[in-house]
Design a binder for this molecule. Sequence first.
Ligand SMILES: [Fe+2]
Length: 272
Amino acid sequence: MNSTVNPASAHTFGGNAAGRERKQAVDEILAAHLQRTSPEPQTARRHQAFDDQGAFLYLEDFLPREFTEKLVEAVHAVTPAINRNYLPGHKQGGSVSRHAIDELAPFIAELYRSPVLIRWLEKISGDTLQESPADDPHAYALYFYTKAGDHIGWHYDTSYYDGRRYTLLLGVMDDSSCRLEYELHTRTPEIADQPGSVQIPPGGLVFFDGDKLRHRITPARANEFRVSLTFEYVTNPNMRPWQRFVSNMKDSIAYFGFGQVFRRKGGKNGAA
Ligand SMILES: [Fe+2]
């Protein structure tokens, strides 16, 4: 009732002619770029690499340069909406949820929904992917590592959905020593755990099944700056009520704050 957020804003920018043209442009640029950088045999090899690594792929150069530049502009646009969190022993840093991104940086939402991007990720994962539901703040989110000690401890991107949850992590800005450290095959007893570590440059990509990759981001040092973008896709967007409650509490405390997680829901329920 007293919500200041427009519940339909996630969709309005694509509902007019200018929005449709922008989305088409995103798709055309990405399709041409992938045609050059990931033609069919290369994509098949990458799918094989994804499988061999237990549902994990890293590419140091993925996005068209103009997209990376647009993402940097987006970072500046959302900076007033950063929500900082500190959970001792688990995480410290800033984040901006999809709800703020919809208001301030719609290019990110256009890229998230790009059919060309989703089709390519389906080829890599071998799964049929769907967007996360409109009330999931992780669907697309920016993560800021801007103060000494900003980090995320070891974790899985656990799926609270009935199906699998995939994470696409895109490097946006990086003037830091932060690394994504990970362990492959931890959920496959017959294959030895395989540790790894990457520093994802702007435009680089990491794509994985959230329940299979144990990972963390190492702590930033003083005067360092790192921003990454994550997209979340699911194979079945249904979520049972208890899982939804646990997921919402976790997001409120660890990531976006109660305002970002519950205000949107209140607005939507009130409008229904
Ligand atoms: Fe994660």
